[in-house]
Every structure is written in C-alpha cells, then in structure tokens.
Design a protein around this ligand. Structure first.
Ligand code: ADP
Ligand code: MG
Length: 251
C-alpha cells in the first residue's frame, strides 16, 4: 500500500548549514499491516511521517500510496502528530469532528457519527468535556479518534504513547490491540519504545541515529490477538535481543 523509495531529507539553516535528517530510506507497508519504526531521538522519524503526510517535501526520493505518487501531497493519509493537537477551547466532540467538517459533513451528522464511536474510544462520558478536564490517556484516545475520522486507509502515529506514564501506556496498548482488531486499519507507528514496537507490530524497521537510515527489519512472529503476557515469552525476548543488537550495530 505505502512505498517510501530512497527518501533523503536535508534541512538548511543559516546557523547550522546543511543538516541531513534522513538518508536513502526505503520501506513499505502492506494493506492491513501494523508496521513500526524504532529509532533514537533526532533520527528523523517525525520528519519521515511529515513527508508521508505531505507536510514536508523530501530532498530526493518518492513516496507512493497504492502505486500513485503522493510526494508533497496532503490528505492522502491520516496523521497523528507527536504533539497533542486538541484545541483547548473546543469540547471533545467538537475536536474529534474536525476531520468530518473539513470533508464537508454537516455538523449534526458529524456529531452523530462521532458519538457512535465514542464508546469504542472509551470517551462516551466525555463528549462535552474540554480537553484539559481529561487525563493524558483519554486525550490521546481523543486524538486517535480524530485521526481515525479522517477515514483514510493508512494511519500514521507519531509516538502516541510517548508522554504517558508506564501503567497508562500499558492500558493504552491493551486498548489499541483490541480496537485494531475491530477497525482493520493499516498503521505506521513511530516509537522509541522497543517493547511497544514488538507488542503492537507485524514488522519493525530499526533506524540508525541521525542521519536516519534503516539498520534492520524485524518480523514479529507472535500470533494475534496479542496479549500483554506475551512480553515475557521467549519469542518476545528473542526479538528484543535482535533489535538491541541492530541498535548496537552488531549485526
Ligand atoms: P525524531 O522524530 O526521530 O526525534 P525529527 O524528525 O524530529 O527526529 O528530527 C530529525 C532532525 O532534523 C533533528 O536533528 C532536527 O533538529 C532536524 N529538524 C527537524 N525539523 C527541522 C526543520 N524544520 N528545520 C531544521 N531542522 C529540522
Ligand atoms: Mg519525533
């Protein structure tokens, strides 16, 4: 479904001159797959997602969705940025219906459609609450719902659990695993959490420090539905070792 072909991104600033954020990155995501990119801070993960979302143009290379170039084109995929994008002055329901409004859906219908989805996102009691009345986990579920309502076949998630405490993060993983079974979305997730990547993904790309290049690709052979208990299985630990070795540059 998604193909990133030899993408390089060089930023230029007066202060630092040329800075290569990503170099010659090629990867793909098949329909229905959950793929993660794992890499250290500053290796160009967010830059790559912004390029796939069409918000930034690669310096060279091409990005294709279902065989069509989407390089520099906005709106082809759903994108959940690293920062919380909920507007504090809009209620949860008013926030999550923004994508529908952008698509020209009438306000009442948009509200109806989003209300029907609130229970799946664990937000049914919070439709008319403002974002600052919600916990971090709930706000992220609202951000997820907003991204989902762009109704695109591919969803890009940039460290959606990065700022959550360990226990909330575990609950969110459990929740995401359940809803993914229902929603049948194709997902490309960016993270720096190895266990999160293994638990959620079918495949993982391991990136080097800046300039980001692909150091390895790992297939996760764990069955679905996935459960948190798998984290202590021998298969899980083997995969974790492989990833750590890629990161250390031993393989
Ligand atoms: P990651 O998401 O992996 O932490 P980023 O993609 O945010 O990394 O950034 C990769 C590198 O590119 C960093 O060194 C960052 O400072 C630089 N960078 C990102 N955006 C810009 C920009 N708009 N202008 C200049 N440099 C940038
Ligand atoms: Mg980032």
């Amino acid at each position: 479904m998604l193909e990133v072909k030899n993408v390089t991104k060089v930023f230029y600033s007066e202060q630092y001159g040329n800075l290569t954020a990503l170099e010659n990155v090629s990867l793909f995501v098949e329909k229905g797959e959950f793929v993660s990119i794992i890499g250290p801070s500053g290796c160009g993960k967010s830059t790559l997602l912004e390029m796939i979302a069409g918000l930034l143009k690669p310096t060279s290379g091409d990005i294709c969705l279902n065989g069509q170039s989407i390089t520099g084109k906005k709106g082809a995929v759903a994108y959940m940025p690293q920062k919380d994008v909920l507007f504090p002055w809009r209620t949860i329901i008013e926030n999550v219906t923004i994508p529908l409004e952008i698509q020209g859906v009438k306000k009442a219908r948009a509200r109806q459609e989003a209300l029907a989805l609130l229970p799946i996102f664990g937000l049914e009691k919070f439709a008319d609450h403002y974002p600052d009345m919600l916990s971090g986990g709930m706000r992220q579920r609202a951000n997820f719902l907003r991204t989902f309502l762009f109704r695109k076949e591919l969803m890009l998630l940039d460290e959606p659990f990065g700022k959550l405490d360990a226990l909330t993060k575990m609950q969110m993983h459990k929740w995401l695993l359940t809803i993914l079974e229902q929603l049948k979305q194709t997902v490309l997730l960016v993270t720096h959490d190895i266990e999160e990547a293994i638990l959620l993904s079918d495949r993982i790309y391991v990136f080097s420090p800046r300039p980001g290049t692909i150091k390895g690709e790992v297939i996760v052979p764990l069955n679905r539905p996935r459960t948190q208990e798998m984290i202590t299985s021998s298969t899980f630990i083997e995969i974790k070792k492989t990833i750590i070795e890629f990161i250390k540059g031993l393989t």
